[in-house]
Structure formats: structure tokens, C-alpha cells
Design a protein around this ligand. Structure first.
Ligand code: DAH
Length: 341
């Protein structure tokens, strides 16, 4: 009998030694200690076959075996669970000295950054925002801007027509008319928006964005224009930047000017960006043509005004050194993620 008990102990020990998993150990424990089906419980049932005087001794050694097995499995369970916990902790260990994974979040598009910056600058000088429609009629986009149907200046802009009278606006200047028709001077508006031209190369896109400015009041002069443009240029391109007005032609302004800023890359000495001229063209402007004021019911003998219009993509390309306008339309995050406020 003793032998049988010893053999069972050894069997339990041998089986347990081969187990590395607490769940398997639990199964083994059940094989021996389950109240109904366990092998140790089964031994107790053998008691019936013994002579009554042998029973107490037998009961004692089986009970000892059971007590031993309970302690043994409790110890095994603790050992395996401790090992499993250590393994889990090792696998989940965090190195707090590692750099945190980059937090990838969206950012504003360079066009939006520039538009917002321009709005901030001009709002600081008292301008309010006007947004006109993208589908315009011929009158607002051309005729009222002193560009009647047979005017050669219409060729300056290749227009997408929707119908003989409706077109995709080629310039935010169309908004000038809508504003002047509806407001009495003083007028001081900034008009951002998309414009469309049949034009497509490294610096032109069939759809792009412009920012238009218009100021009309008594006694407005070209000096006011240049003063405001100085504020604009120094805020956008750097405080050492100067502006220069060159004579130009637009039907809706007289005189008309092209506005250059001194090259912010080389300080005016001449470099690749400014094509060795020291100057970079940034926008068109001028004094509002008398005819345009008249078209809107504003007396040109009482009021004068200036207007300007710039391409937002062009400003973004210059400021951020973007070589191709397509990069602003392709939505490639490798490009866009480089720009931040
Ligand atoms: N509308 C012109 C263009 O798209 C830009 C421009 C020039 C706007 C002179 C103006 C201006 O307001 O005065 O080429």
C-alpha cells in the first residue's frame, strides 16, 4: 500500500515537472484531487475492500497524500503563475526614455496659411472680408471693369465660359463691382477666392486663388496704396523688405502698377530666386479707373480709390520656396506636412 502511495507521489511529481503552464497544472491537479473523479479520491473508495482494522491506517496515509498533494499543487500553481506574470511584465515593459511616437495630426494647407495671414494683416488695417460668387456673369468679370467685349485685354485671361453670359470668374476683381454697387464709400474690403483660367504649367493652374483689396474714399492716393503694401510685404516676407511700383496696364486701374518686393532671399543683391534683378513681382494694383467708379454709381470727382490683386499660390510658392504650383494641388502629405503655422 505504502508503495502504491509513493508511486503515485512520484508520478505526480514527474508529471508536474514537465508542465510549464498554470492551466495545464490545474488539469493535472484535477486528475488527482477532483472530489469525484480524482485518483486520490478513488483511493479512498478502496477502503471498502479492507478489513475494518486496516481502515484507519489506510485512511491516514491517503489523507496525508491528499494534504501533501494540495500543498504541492498550491506551490506549483504559485510558481507557474509567478513565472507567467514575470514573462507578461517583461513583454509589456515600457522604456520611458524612448522618444514618444510622433503625433500625426492634420495641418492647414499652405494656401490657407497664406490667406489667413493676409486676412490678419489687412484686418489689422481695418479691412473687412467680401466673398463673391465663383460663377460670374460677363458684366461683373469684364464689362464693368472697363473691359468690354471687344477689348484686347480680355485676351490676357483665357476664360472658361459656362454660357455666352456666364463664366468661371477669372479674377476676384469682379467682387469690386459687387461691393461698390452696394456700398457707399468709405469702402475697405479684402476679397479672397478661387479663380479659373485655361492655363496650365509649372507656375499656372487652371484653378487658383486670389486676394483682392479695394479702398475707396475721399482723398485716397497711390501713396496710401504703397504704404499699405509695405505693411503687407514686411509682415509676409520680412521686416527689411521694400516695395517698388512699376508702371503696368490693367483696364480697371489708371494708373496701373506692378508691385515688386525687394528679394528676401538675397536682400536685393541678386540671386536665382529674383533672377539676378534683386526684385520679385508679387501683385498687380493701381488707382481705380474713373470709368469703374462711374459704372458703380460713385462720383470719381469726389472719391478716389486703389485696388490690388495677388495670387495666393504665388505668395505661398515664394514664401515657402515651393518650385511647382502642382504641389499645392496634389495633396501629397509628404509635401503638405512641412508647413505649419
Ligand atoms: N485682376 C488682376 C489679375 O487677375 C490683378 C489685379 C491687378 C487686381 C490690378 C487689381 C488691380 O485689383 O488693381 O491679373
Amino acid at each position: 500500500m505504502e508503495k502504491q502511495i509513493k508511486a503515485m507521489r512520484e508520478k505526480i511529481e514527474a508529471a508536474a515537472a514537465a508542465i510549464t503552464d498554470s492551466k495545464e497544472m490545474y488539469q493535472l491537479r484535477k486528475q488527482y484531487l477532483d472530489n469525484k473523479a480524482g485518483q486520490i479520491s478513488a483511493l479512498m473508495k478502496n477502503m471498502r475492500d479492507l478489513a475494518p482494522e486496516e481502515r484507519p491506517a489506510f485512511g491516514k496515509i491517503v489523507n496525508e497524500l491528499k494534504t501533501w498533494a494540495l500543498d504541492f499543487f498550491t506551490a506549483q500553481d504559485a510558481r507557474l503563475k509567478a513565472a507567467e506574470l514575470a514573462k507578461k511584465n517583461a513583454a509589456e515593459q515600457i522604456d520611458v526614455t524612448m522618444p514618444a511616437p510622433a503625433n500625426r495630426c492634420g495641418a492647414l494647407h499652405p494656401n490657407t496659411l497664406i490667406a489667413n495671414e493676409l486676412i490678419d494683416i489687412f484686418a489689422g488695417m481695418g479691412f473687412t472680408i467680401f466673398e463673391g460668387p465663383e460663377i460670374e456673369n460677363d458684366y461683373y468679370n469684364f464689362t464693368a471693369l472697363n473691359t468690354p467685349k471687344d477689348h484686347p485685354a480680355r485676351d490676357m485671361q483665357d476664360t472658361f465660359y459656362v454660357s455666352p453670359e456666364l463664366l468661371l470668374r477669372t479674377q476676384t476683381s469682379a467682387g469690386q463691382i459687387r461691393v461698390m454697387e452696394n456700398a457707399k464709400p468709405p469702402i475697405k474690403i479684402l476679397s479672397p477666392g478661387k479663380v479659373f483660367r485655361s492655363d496650365d504649367d509649372a507656375t499656372h493652374s487652371p484653378m487658383f486663388s486670389q486676394m483682392e483689396g479695394l479702398v475707396v474714399d475721399k482723398g485716397i492716393t497711390l501713396c496710401d496704396l504703397q504704404g499699405m503694401l509695405d505693411v503687407f510685404a514686411q509682415n509676409v516676407f520680412g521686416k527689411d523688405v521694400r516695395t517698388r511700383l512699376r508702371p503696368s496696364y490693367f483696364p480697371f486701374t489708371e494708373p496701373s502698377v506692378e508691385v515688386d518686393v525687394s528679394c528676401f532671399e538675397c536682400g536685393g543683391k541678386g540671386c536665382r530666386l529674383c533672377k539676378d534683378t534683386g526684385w520679385i513681382e508679387v501683385l498687380g494694383a493701381g488707382m481705380v479707373n474713373r470709368k469703374v467708379l462711374e459704372n458703380c454709381g460713385i462720383d470719381p470727382d469726389v472719391y478716389t480709390g486703389f485696388a490690388f490683386g495677388m495670387g495666393i499660390e504665388r505668395i505661398a510658392m515664394l514664401k515657402y520656396g515651393i518650385p511647382n504650383i502642382k504641389m499645392l494641388f496634389e495633396s501629397d502629405v509628404r509635401v503638405l506636412s512641412q508647413f505649419h503655422e
